[in-house]
Write a protein that binds this ligand. Sequence first.
Ligand SMILES: [Zn+2]
Ligand SMILES: [Zn+2]
Length: 148
Amino acid sequence: MPPIYRIVCNTCGEEYSKGWGYKMYVADDDGKRVLCHHPGEKFTIAHVLKLSEREREWVWFGFPRWMKALRGRRVKEIKNLVKERLGALSYCVCCNCCETFELDLVRDERRCPACDSNDVLSVSELKGKGCPACKKGTVVWMDTGIMS
Ligand SMILES: [Zn+2]
Ligand SMILES: [Zn+2]
């Protein structure tokens, strides 16, 4: 497991994230995003996508070789479901007003919900960049030494 980082400005001490850089989610039939907490992500995914116990293991550990050879309709269905519904939310910061929020960087438009600016960076992109809060310091990642 990777270590947990603190993401802070080296000048004003503004903290941008206390945890992970991103969170896994799975969208349900209505498009509502359900967060998959660690550990136990695979159970959340299976529940939301209505997978059987066996299908859950395929999704998590990969489809067995014999299944790939079969190219069954259900296999295709599950693969598509996973591709369409699984995503990751990244912590993002608005460089204009410093609002923090979560976005799926693949699917969502980069736009701040507070000020409507599109000058939005994910926290990992903020590493080594200027601090949006004080506009003087640099945002750095500090290893807390805590392992997840
Ligand atoms: Zn700062
Ligand atoms: Zn903003």
